[in-house]
Design a binder for this molecule. Structure first.
Ligand code: F6R
Length: 366
C-alpha cells in the first residue's frame, strides 16, 4: 500500500501534484476562466453580508490558514483573522452574523476545531469547513463544506492535506475577488494560470531531491535549526519548522526575518543551520540584510529562491531553486523542499518517520 515508497510520508509528498489536480477538478471553468464552487453558489449579496472573515484551525491546518489570510486580503481587501482553535474557544471571540468563519481540518475530527465551529454558529456566524473527510463531524456540522481531494493521509506529518488546503484558499480568494469585482479579468486569468500550472512545477521539483538529502544529513546533529522568511515566506517557514520538529525531534524556530534582531539573533552561533526562503521580490533587499545578520554570527544559510531571483543565492552558503512562478503562489512550491528536508533528516536519524513519538494523527482530545 506504500506503492514502492519506504514510508507513507514520502508517498504522500509525491502524491501532491495528483492531489492538487483532483482538488482543482471541476472547480475551474475553462471557457469563462472563472472559479466555480458547486458547493457554495454564493451571490454577491450574500458575500457582502460579511464584513470580516475568521479562519480557525490547529497545527498545519492553521499554517494553511495563514496563507489563506494573505491571499484573501490581497485579492479581496476583506479583513481576515487567523486563530488557533484551542485559543479561540476559551475567550470571548468577536464573531456574529456578519462574520464568515472558515474552519480547516484534514480529519474533520479535531476536538478544538469542532468546538470552535459550534461556538461560531452559536454566535450567529456562517461556518464554511475545508476538510478532507466526507462525513466527518466537522463536515456534517458546518453550514457549507469545501472538500480537499487529497485522498487518505496516513503519515502523522501532514503534507498533501496542507497543500490542498492552501490550493483551496487560492481558489476561494479568486472566487471572492471575482464576485466582488476586486480584480481585473486579466489578473484573474493570470492567477488561475499560475495555480493550474503548480502541479507540473511540483513534479519538476520532486525530481531533484538528492541535494536535499545531502543537506539533511548535514543538519541531523544540529541542536537547533532556524527558518526565516518575510511576507508569505514567513507563513511557509512556520510549516517547515513544525514539520522538522515533529519527525526529526530537532529543536527549530521559524521567524519573520525582521524579528531576528529583536531576540532570536542571540541564538545564532558558528555553524547554526538557517533555512531562508527568498521568493517575495518586494522584500529581497530586506531579506538580504537579514541573511547578512545571521552570516555575520557564523550561521550557515540554505537559501530557497526562484530561478528568476537567483542573484539572491549569491549571498548564501547553499542554494535550492524552485521553478519561477507568480509570487502569490510560491508557497505551494517552497513547502516541497521543506517537507523533503524534514523527511530526510528524520530518516537519517533513524526515527519512525510515519509515527513520530508523542503524536497522534487525529487529535480528538482537548
Ligand atoms: C502536523 C499535523 C497537525 C494537524 C493538526 C490539525 O503535521 O498534521 O498539526 O495539522 O493536528 O489536524 P486536522 O487538520 O485533522 O484538524
Amino acid at each position: 500500500e506504500k506503492n514502492g515508497y519506504d514510508h507513507f510520508m514520502l508517498k504522500e509528498i509525491h502524491e501532491q501534484p495528483e492531489a492538487l489536480k483532483k482538488t482543482l477538478a471541476g472547480r475551474v471553468d475553462q471557457a469563462t476562466k472563472r472559479v466555480q464552487f458547486e458547493e457554495l453558489q454564493w451571490s454577491l449579496e450574500r458575500v457582502e453580508q460579511w464584513d470580516k472573515i475568521t479562519i480557525i484551525a490547529c497545527g498545519t491546518a492553521y499554517h494553511a490558514g495563514l496563507i489563506g489570510k494573505h491571499v484573501i486580503e490581497e485579492l479581496t481587501r476583506t479583513p481576515v483573522d487567523v486563530e488557533v482553535a484551542s485559543e479561540f474557544r476559551y475567550r470571548r471571540p468577536i464573531i456574529d452574523e456578519k462574520t464568515l468563519v472558515i474552519v480547516i481540518s484534514q480529519s474533520g475530527e479535531t476536538a478544538d476545531t469542532l468546538a470552535a465551529l459550534r461556538q461560531s454558529q452559536h454566535l450567529g456566524a456562517n461556518v464554511l469547513a475545508i476538510t478532507n473527510v466526507v462525513g466527518s463531524s466537522i463536515a456534517r456540522e458546518a453550514d457549507e463544506v469545501i472538500l480537499t481531494m487529497a485522498g487518505p493521509e496516513i503519515a502523522v506529518a501532514s503534507t498533501k492535506a496542507y497543500t490542498t488546503q492552501v490550493l483551496v484558499f487560492y481558489l476561494l480568494g479568486i472566487y471572492l475577488a471575482d464576485l466582488k469585482q476586486k480584480i481585473t479579468k486579466d489578473y484573474r486569468i493570470q492567477l488561475l494560470e499560475a495555480v493550474l500550472d503548480i502541479p507540473n512545477k511540483m513534479e519538476e521539483l520532486l525530481e531533484y531531491s538528492e541535494a536535499l538529502q545531502r543537506y539533511s544529513e548535514s543538519i541531523k546533529d544540529a541542536s537547533s535549526v532556524f527558518f526565516i522568511g518575510r511576507s508569505l515566506d514567513h507563513a511557509v517557514v512556520l510549516e517547515g519548522s513544525l514539520k522538522l520538529k515533529e519527525i526529526s525531534y530537532i529543536h527549530s524556530e521559524a521567524y519573520a526575518a525582521g524579528e531576528l534582531k529583536h531576540g532570536t539573533l542571540a541564538l545564532i552561533e558558528e555553524g547554526t543551520p538557517i533555512i531562508a526562503l527568498i521568493t517575495q521580490k518586494e522584500v529581497n533587499e530586506k531579506m538580504l540584510g537579514n541573511i547578512k545578520e545571521v552570516k555575520a554570527r557564523g550561521g550557515h544559510v540554505l537559501g530557497v529562491s526562484m530561478k528568476e531571483n537567483m542573484e539572491m543565492l549569491e549571498y548564501v552558503d547553499e542554494g535550492c531553486y524552485i521553478p519561477d512562478s507568480l509570487s502569490l503562489v510560491t508557497p505551494l512550491l517552497t513547502v516541497i523542499p521543506l517537507q523533503l528536508i524534514s523527511y530526510y533528516t528524520s530518516l537519517a536519524l533513524g526515527n519512525d518517520v510515519d509515527k513520530p513519538r508523542n503524536l497522534a494523527k487525529s487529535v480528538t482530545v482537548e
